[in-house]
Write a protein that binds this ligand. Structure first.
Ligand SMILES: *Cc1c(COP(=O)(O)O)cnc(C)c1O
Length: 377
């Protein structure tokens, strides 16, 4: 069971594949000095909209801004409620609060740890303006059922697709289901920039124009000195856009390598005390993170450390347990609470080898030996 260390993430291997193209983009931009906006940004926006299957895309500074800008452009703010899964990264909730609205947490499904249509429907009240669906870990929930709830109740459906570039529900991709979707290109995401970056995809050109204006100091589009709103500065750099265009061409290949790795984890951990996430056959996930739920996590983490195996926790303290957001907790969220105690994110990246996965699984299984198997609630 002893073997070489396995990193949690290996960006160097990924970047080595596109090194020459990246160097070319750097040379081009440093020669032209067009750092903000310009052809690299427009080209990436068009390519990413095409990839997601939406009419348009707006590049912004990061994924959190993308979420907040969507809400603001939809006119959502003070007095409005936004339904959001309790099991998410803090940024989803932060964007709601920054926009001035009130987050209404809902618990998640115990098998996928994703939000459900029923939970959203039950949380909708007279002040509900929107629901943010989070494609957490790279998997989309039942977008048909959730879309039907949004349709029936007239609330806006917003996707937090920060972990789901290229994921699909049936034939459509993440980013193409909601009124608008927010993407993050934080370096470790499935499509990652060389720094912070983000984007919004939507079919609604008017909404995209509002977002574009808000992200550029509320400047009226195609004018220089006229400002219609107190906006902000949240722009996509040309360098980041160029990097993203290069990496976008490899995204499907990288995502399918992740799916292969996830299948191996699933096979090797079947019938052990380690439980991987459930997968709906209608969904094609992109495995941003490989989540394993284990008994006695402190012990497991110690054993992983002892074997040099990288790990993460996404997320050990639920958002509603964080001081700034605890005031919005209305009820217990038992599935989220329990998952927070059990989850471990194990090594997952496109170039991970079968040998490495075997090694991680051997260590996980040895570390959980003696625990009750199939710890289903
Ligand atoms: C990364 C992430 C964000 C925030 O994106 P940033 O680019 O870091 O601002 C939002 N939601 C989820 C689910 C994320 O994983």
């Amino acid at each position: 069971m002893t073997g070489a260390p396995v990193p949690f993430l290996d960006l160097a291997a990924q970047h080595a594949e596109v090194r020459a193209e990246l160097d070319g983009a750097w040379a081009d931009i440093t020669a032209t000095n067009g750092f903000i906006g310009g052809p690299h940004v427009a080209a990436f926006e068009a390519a990413f909209a095409g990839y997601c299957g939406t009419r348009t895309c707006v590049g912004v500074g990061n994924g959190t801004d993308a979420l907040e800008l969507i809400l603001r452009a939809l006119g959502i703010g003070t007095g409005d409620e936004v339904v959001v899964p309790a099991n998410t990264f803090v940024a989803t909730v932060e964007a709601i609060v920054t926009a001035g609205a009130t987050p209404v947490f809902v618990d998640v499904d115990d098998d996928t740890l994703l939000v459900t249509a029923d939970a959203i429907a039950a949380a909708i009240g007279p002040r509900t303006a929107a629901a943010i669906v989070v494609h957490l870990y790279g998997q989309m929930p039942d977008m048909d059922a959730i879309g039907a709830v949004a349709e029936r109740t007239g609330i806006a459906l917003v996707e937090d697709a920060a972990q789901a570039h290229g994921a699909r529900w049936l034939e459509r991709r993440a980013g193409a289901y909601g009124r608008a979707a927010a993407f993050s290109f934080y370096p470790g995401k499935n499509l990652g920039a060389f720094g912070d970056a983000g984007a919004i995809t939507t079919d609604d050109i008017e909404l995209a124009d509002s977002i574009r204006s808000l992200a550029d100091h509320g400047r009226r589009l195609d004018t220089r000195h006229e400002h219609d709103a107190s906006g902000r500065n949240s722009r996509l750099d040309a360098l980041q856009a160029a990097v993203l265009s290069i990496k976008l061409k490899r995204l499907d290949e990288w995502n399918s390598a992740r799916r292969g790795a996830a299948d191996e984890y699933r096979k090797r951990l079947d019938q052990t005390p380690c439980r991987v996430l459930g997968r709906d056959p209608r969904s094609v996930p992109v495995h941003h993170l490989e989540i394993v739920r284990v008994p006695d996590r402190p012990r497991v983490l110690g054993v992983l450390d002892a074997h040099g195996i990288g790990w993460g926790l996404h997320y050990p303290i639920p958002v509603h347990r964080q001081p700034p957001f605890a005031q919005f907790a209305r009820e217990p969220y038992p599935v989220t609470e329990r998952a927070a105690q059990e989850i471990v994110s194990v090594p997952m990246f496109p170039t991970i080898t079968s040998r490495e996965i075997e090694q991680v699984c051997d260590v996980l299984v040895a570390a959980t030996q003696g625990s009750a198997s199939g710890t289903r609630s």
